[in-house]
Ligand binder design. Structure first.
Ligand SMILES: [Zn+2]
Ligand SMILES: [Zn+2]
Length: 249
């Protein structure tokens, strides 16, 4: 369908993936990918967050692999968590430089920045499914939080936008286009829908199709995401992990 040559969203044993960094990289090489990002969960994820003390080890492993293999570029990434209504993410400024690529998404089991953020960002989104919230208000504060994060940080990819958090897709897509953030079509979650992808296209946002693999065998499995992108009519030059886009850069 598309000539996808990079998988920017993969997990390893450093969070809750099943493979090592090496195993993920080998799987990517077997699929003839030219780039892979190791993007385990940010520090504040209560169960699967990477620990700051392991960062140096991860960096070293990745640097060794980049020396060892000339056919693939391995990036140290992170799937950061949004932790405040003000758009704060769980990567302190002093750590931002440690990563080659920063992804950001909303996850539920995360230590928030403060009490108000806990109530409005985590409890309310949890109650939303039960119909116990003012939906419109919640959507607005969610959208503002995500837009602010894109303004504040060098985020490259917004992962599974809309999952577990109701957002105004058009506003998020406009901000993404402005700040050069790619909206992810996540091949394992199935977010976003064709409708959302069309809105992203209309607003000029870039797209990234990723596997979100939690096991080496799923690395580079983009099928479900590709289907959504095709149905939405996204051209390959708008997808940051196609060969066409990467050649243009
Ligand atoms: Zn995620
Ligand atoms: Zn993930």
């Amino acid at each position: 369908m598309y000539n996808l040559v990079a998988d920017y969203h993969t997990h390893t044993l450093y969070s809750h993936g099943r493979g090592t960094i090496l195993e993920n990289v080998e799987a990517a090489r077997n699929r003839s990918l030219k780039a892979i990002a190791i993007s385990d969960h940010g520090f504040n994820h209560l169960v699967f967050g990477i620990s700051k003390s392991k960062l140096r080890k991860m960096k070293k492993e990745i640097s060794t692999l980049n020396h060892q293999f000339s056919d693939i570029k391995v990036l140290l990434g992170v799937e950061a968590n949004i932790i405040s209504l003000d758009g704060e993410i769980d990567i302190p400024d002093s750590y931002l430089e440690a990563f080659d690529i920063i992804l950001m998404g909303f996850h539920k089991i995360v230590r928030p920045a403060g009490w108000n953020d806990f109530c409005k960002l985590f409890v309310k989104n949890g109650l939303d499914k039960l119909g116990l919230t003012n939906r419109e208000q919640l959507r607005q504060s969610n959208t503002t939080a995500i837009v602010k994060a894109m303004e504040r940080y060098p985020i490259r990819i917004l992962t599974h936008p809309g999952e577990s958090i109701d957002i105004d897709t058009r506003s998020v897509a406009q901000a993404a286009a402005k700040h050069n953030v790619a909206l992810e079509i996540n091949a394992s979650h199935g977010f976003m829908t064709v409708e959302y992808a069309k809105i992203a296209l209309e607003e000029g946002a870039l797209i990234s199709i990723n596997s979100d693999a939690h096991s080496p065998r799923d690395i580079g499995n983009f099928k479900r995401g590709e289907k959504i992108a095709k149905l939405a009519g996204i051209p390959s030059t708008r997808i940051i992990n196609t060969e066409e886009y990467m050649c243009l850069k």
